[in-house]
Structures are given as structure tokens and as C-alpha cells.
Design a protein around this ligand. Sequence first.
Ligand SMILES: Nc1ncnc2c1ncn2[C@@H]1O[C@H](COP(=O)(O)OP(=O)(O)O)[C@@H](O)[C@H]1O
Ligand SMILES: [Mg+2]
Length: 231
Amino acid sequence: MTGGFFITGTDTGVGKTCTAIALMHALQRQGKTVLAMKPVAAGCLMQEGGLKNDDALALQSHASLPLPYPLINPYAYAEPVSPHIAGAHNPVQLAVVTRQFALLKSQSDCVLVEGAGGWFSPINSGQSNADLAAALTLPVILVVAIRLGCINHARLSQLAINQSGLPLVGWIAVCTEPNMSYQQDNIAFIGACLAVPLLGIFPYLSVVDFDFLANQLDISALGIGCPPSIS
Ligand SMILES: Nc1ncnc2c1ncn2[C@@H]1O[C@H](COP(=O)(O)OP(=O)(O)O)[C@@H](O)[C@H]1O
Ligand SMILES: [Mg+2]
């Protein structure tokens, strides 16, 4: 069964990459061949072979198959600023991303695609992550960092995802702060507002352990492994 998911978040730095890797582990445990992309990344360092980004390198290293870096991250921008600024010299073309996604999809059971920033963060001067997810016609998973303000961000994100017509198939609560008060109350409130499956709660970890995080996931709501993409 081929398919994939678009991993978006309430913001940048909310746990999208960690969640994507934990999901990769959970799906791989079910015997699935799982690949992941970070199509657009700003904040890349020149390394052997070109500009590379930490998120994309992490996704590459946890993939079920060895993949060339540019296939995972076709748009790697040096400056750690919004892609519409960092990539002004080489703007994202959705056709390039969809072509590479199709190539990865043809080799796997599931491709996870990590967005850049949040749902409406721009990927070029005229398009946002919403356009990217729509071009890939993927069901969406929302990562919510449990911190002050997260209820508003989660509800706004859901509204915007719904507006795109793509299904929001689940959300994940990531406790990126060690001592937030009323963490469970916030998670329960968001769960009631979103009313889509809570796929997992990631507690605060001083050292992130992907196997542990995969154990916190219940991906049964996603269907057997991955559903087909919705095109
Ligand atoms: N469960 C967790 N506990 C503590 N820190 C976390 C947890 N999950 C993620 N982080 C940290 O939060 C930061 C942002 O996570 P990341 O997955 O890179 O977010 P994003 O991809 O949304 O930018 C990273 O420093 C990461 O190590
Ligand atoms: Mg990331």
C-alpha cells in the first residue's frame, strides 16, 4: 500500500522532525518501507556534496532505504530565515517537489513529508506549506508543542487545514518544555477542540529517544500502516 502523510506543526521548533522520525520507527516496526522528505529547508551548512540541513539529514538517516540527499531535500537554503527570503534566488517549484515525492512513493509503503515552519509559513513568494501539502494531496498530521498559546495555535491550524480540503487525520502533543503547568489539562482541552485522533503524547525528554517516542504512538487510527494518498 503506497501513501504518505504531511507533517505540519503549530510553529517552527514544535517537534515535527522528532515526530516524523518516531512515526517512521512505528511504521517500520510494522514492516513498512518508510521514507521521508523535507522538501524545503532553510538554515543549511555546506557539507560534502552541497548545502545540507540537519532535519533532512536526520530523516535521511532513519529512512528504510539509502537515498541521495537532494532527493529528500531539493530546496536547501543557506540562510536560517523564511524560505521566501532565503530562496529568492532559487524559488521552490511545486512540480519539482511532486516529481521527487512520486519517485520516493514508488519505492516505499509510506513517505512522510515534513513541512517548513507552520501551515501558512511561506515556501516561496506566493505559496505556503498549505499549497505544498495540497500539491502532494496528502492527509495531514498536526504536531502541537504544549506551551502557553498552544490552544489558539492548534485551533487556528486545524481551521486552516480544513480550509485546504485536506483531511487532518491526527495530532501529536509534544511536551517541549520540562515544567509547564497544567500540561495534561491543556492536552485534554486541545483534544476536545480538535476532535481528531490523538496519536500520541511525547513527554519532555532531556535526551530525545526515538524508540521511546515510537512506543508512545498509537497509529492504529491511521489505518493499516499508511492509507493511500487522497488524490
Ligand atoms: N519530547 C521532547 N522533549 C524535549 N525536547 C524535545 C522533544 N521533542 C522535540 N524536542 C526538541 O524540540 C526542538 C524542536 O524539535 P524539532 O523536532 O526539531 O521541531 P521542528 O521540526 O518542528 O522544528 C529540538 O531541539 C528537539 O530536540
Ligand atoms: Mg524540523
